[in-house]
Design a protein around this ligand. Structure first.
Ligand code: SAH
Ligand code: SF4
Length: 424
């Protein structure tokens, strides 16, 4: 979501005539896009902007701004706390950036954090040429109010973009060369076009018909709202990739209830079973929070056992942290940093074993790979993603970049696969 907002900012700046600098000390304008889903965001922003102070002293015309969720949350406090900061802009203030920058250039320090709107999302992505992969927001905000989460407070209530606007943006991106699009929303499953009542599976099917587009992914799906119809569309639309992010957060019923997630372990597992029955090659991803207030060792072990039971391909795991407004921050029985760190390590170690085992099982398969560019290491090696979203490295000529190839998998590692290009 933040990457997408950064691209929107870059688009607006490009329209104003700005070009991208290679390093902060070459820039006339530095904007930080912040996230506040977990703690320490504030801390990081203060230290990052603090470190820019000597640069600002050397270069007084430099404009430094902070945007995004933390800006939404802190507003004026950031301007007060950081005297060399020029502007603060909230999550729904991007359209005002030109005006805010003009004011900053005149020495007027402003914080603009309008309440996230309940309807309407500004038309996105101006003046930027997309790469091979692009993101498109379908909905913003969230009404779920999970007890640990700050998103409904900083991103506002849930609102869906009109379907015609989404279709227009996707078509324009495909025409400009984007081949893979990821649809974004805090809970894409509750998408609903206000006018036509089109739902998310319907939207997905419609987008899959856009010419020039090869691959479609989406994130995030709340497990409680995952419908059989979505599974059907995923199974029947060739362009919808076999990858699903379905954050479970905990394997313990007690903790899931305290988190207010709206499902229990049994119901989550039943959904996973239904999906796998229809989509046997699906790669499943998840998020887990360790150390929710009151999480016992037995609760934590339920999360560990869930990992083994489901066998997730991708896992993002986090130590619980208190967030402003979130109900869980008022709970007693907070766990120590030490316990949280120990549990996180154990969870991640378990996941590495699982990822490695799944990746080793891929050896011998032939995968369709969208070639994204040179591999991180190794001359003459290319990297791309399989339909399931796994990184595949293989030897091949640069001309293949931007195209689809077939790769025979020869080795499975923890975070990626190695393979051999199949001759056509
Ligand atoms: N809308 C998405 C999640 C958005 S936040 C969903 O419901 O799945 C991304 C992830 O950050 C969450 O899935 C959760 O695992 C983590 N997270 C959110 N609040 C947190 C907190 N207070 N402490 C630790 N992790 C948190
Ligand atoms: Fe946060 Fe829950 Fe909404 Fe996800 S569904 S954004 S975790 S409140």
């Amino acid at each position: 979501m933040n990457e997408y907002d950064s691209a929107r900012m870059a688009g607006i700046l490009a329209e104003l005539g700005y070009a991208q600098a290679d390093a902060p000390d070459e820039a006339d304008l530095i904007l930080l896009n912040t996230c506040s889903v977990r703690e320490h965001a504030a801390h990081k922003v203060y230290s990052y902007v603090g470190a820019l102070k000597p640069l600002k002293e050397r270069k007084p015309h430099l404009i430094i701004g902070v945007g995004g969720c933390l800006a939404q949350q802190e507003g004026q406090r950031l301007l007060k706390g950081i005297p060399h900061l020029d502007l603060v802009f909230g999550t729904d203030a991007l359209d005002s950036l030109p005006e805010l920058l003009a004011d900053a250039a005149r020495g007027r320090r402003r914080s603009h954090t309008p309440r996230p709107r309940t309807v309407g999302i500004p038309v996105l992505r101006r003046g930027l040429k997309p790469g091979l992969k692009a993101m498109v927001t379908v909905m913003q905000g969230c009404d779920n109010f999970c007890s640990y989460c700050v998103v409904p407070y900083v991103r506002g209530r849930e609102r869906s973009r009109p379907a015609p606007e989404i279709m227009e943006e996707v078509a324009a991106l495909a025409q400009a060369g984007a081949r893979e699009i990821t649809l974004l929303g805090q809970n894409v499953n509750s998408y609903r076009d206000a006018e036509s009542r089109l739902d998310f599976p319907g939207l997905l099917a419609r987008i899959a018909s856009v010419p020039g587009l090869w691959r479609l992914r989406f994130t995030t799906s709340h497990p409680k709202d995952l419908s059989p119809r979505l599974i059907e569309v995923m199974a029947s639309e060739e362009k919808v990739m076999e990858q699903l992010h379905l954050p479970v957060q905990s394997g313990s019923d007690r903790v899931l209830a305290a988190m207010k997630r709206g499902y229990d372990r049994g119901r989550y597992l039943a959904k996973v079973e239904a999906i796998r029955e229809r989509l046997p090659d699906l790669a499943l991803g998840s998020d887990i929070i360790v150390g929710f207030p009151g999480e016992s060792q037995a609760d934590f072990e339920e999360s560990l056992s869930l990992l083994s039971l489901v066998g997730f391909d991708f896992l993002f795991s986090f130590k619980y942290s208190d967030r402003p407004h979130a109900k869980a921050s008022k709970l007693k029985n907070k766990l120590s940093e030490e316990v949280k760190a120990r549990r996180l390590n154990a969870l991640q170690a378990r996941q590495r074993e699982i990822s490695l085992a799944i990746h080793r099982q891929q050896v011998g398969r032939v995968e369709e790979v969208l070639v994204e560019g040179p591999a991180k290491k190794g001359q003459g090696r290319l990297a791309g993603r399989s339909r399931a979203g796994r990184t595949v490295n293989f030897a091949g000529p640069d001309e293949l970049v931007g195209g689809l190839v077939q790769v025979a998998i020869t080795e499975g590692l923890v975070n990626s696969l190695k393979g051999r290009l199949c001759q056509l």
